[in-house]
Design a protein around this ligand. Structure first.
Ligand code: NAP
Ligand code: GLV
Length: 311
């Protein structure tokens, strides 16, 4: 049987991934061109933003292994075979990278480092009042692989961390909340809100005018999950009016962020190029290979997605 590696990687990245996967799975045949083999031979697909439709008609497909943690774009492909299990990437190296990005953003907001960077351009010499970490309340929305790692890293740094999930979760020393009813209170009480929710029909557009209005005046938003969680015009209005202090945005409704988008030059916005936590091929290839081996051995595949929930 054959593994199809279907991605939007450029040729050098594709070659690197193929080499790493082949080294981890020496007895497997791995192809990157679906047309190069009989479709009936393909029983596993390893994917990263595959071209829509590329998995259609693969009658013997038994597993779709995503190299991405978020599978919203994959599930958006209406031609995706409906009954084939999807496993997503869960890699501690990726969670660590996410925690580093979140810590940098929270520290920068808490200690005014974005403001000092702007002052240097003027130039302006103006120290800001110095708050302690335990005076800062941080809300982490989503307590999955990413959110848990972020919340624990921030708590270890001394921040007062509240976390939000769909179902009840225990994560000491983080104070946890769950369900829709808890969200308004969490937004109201936070100096900094970090979004690490999956993009689903329920969470799409979560940061609309009403929710941004529910945030504490002077609070900041860090979006490290998906651009479509945010209604851009509403966020820009909340920043322009002075209700929100700053937004750190790693993800956008259109990526790459168009050069003429207001976010690029907005004084209260810090833009990252979807780089908060990139898949680390060195560890992720082995993780994907592990699931291939489990499938071949008749064992349970790990990190399966619940398609009905969308994550
Ligand atoms: P995950 O393990 O699936 O965790 C999802 C969390 O969100 C769970 O705690 C879940 O709670 C919660 N949740 C989902 N829907 C909810 C709702 N309607 N209300 C409240 N809580 C809800 O996901 P993950 O691995 O942490 O990744 C999260 C997202 O980060 C990914 O989907 C991806 O979009 C994004 N991401 C971004 C980057 C980047 O570089 N920017 C990198 C990796 C991932 P329950 O389980 O209790 O329902
Ligand atoms: C990156 O955004 C991912 O979902 O892995």
């Amino acid at each position: 049987m054959t593994i199809l590696l279907a991605t939007d990687f450029d040729a050098p990245a594709l070659g690197r991934w193929r080499g790493l996967l082949q080294a981890a799975l020496p007895v497997e045949r791995i192809v990157t061109d679906r047309q190069a083999v009989d479709a009936a031979e393909i029983d596993i697909a390893i994917v990263a933003n595959p071209p829509p439709g590329v998995l259609q008609g693969l009658a013997h497909l038994r597993l779709i292994q995503s190299l991405w943690a978020g599978i919203d774009k994959l599930l958006g492909d209406t031609s995706l075979p409906p009954a084939v299990p999807i496993a997503r990437m869960v890699d501690p190296a990726m969670s660590t990278a996410m925690a580093e990005t979140a810590l940098w953003a929270v520290l920068s907001l808490h200690r005014g480092f974005f403001t000092y960077a702007a002052q240097q351009r003027t130039p302006t010499w103006q120290p800001l009042p110095q708050r302690r970490a335990d005076e800062m309340a941080v809300a982490v929305l989503g307590l999955g692989e990413m959110g848990r790692c972020v919340a624990l890293r921030l708590a270890a740094q001394g921040y007062r961390v509240n976390g939000w999930s769909g179902r009840p979760t225990e994560l000491p020393p983080v104070t946890t909340h769950h369900g829709d009813a808890a969200l308004t209170g969490m937004l109201r009480d936070a100096d900094i809100v970090i979004n690490l929710l999956p993009l689903t029909p329920v969470t799409c557009g979560l940061f609309c005018a009403a929710r941004l209005e529910a945030m504490r005046p002077g609070a900041s938003l860090i979006n490290l999950a998906r651009g479509a969680h945010v209604v851009d015009v509403d966020l820009l209005a909340a920043l322009d009016s002075g209700h929100l202090q700053h937004a750190v945005l790693d993800v956008f409704n259109t990526e790459p962020l168009p050069g003429d988008h207001r976010y690029w030059r907005h004084p209260k916005v810090t833009v990252l190029p979807h780089a908060a936590a990139q898949t680390d091929a060195r560890s992720a290839a082995d993780i994907a290979a592990g699931n291939v081996r489990r499938l071949r051995a008749g064992e349970a595949v790990q990190n399966l997605v619940d398609r009905t929930r969308g994550y």
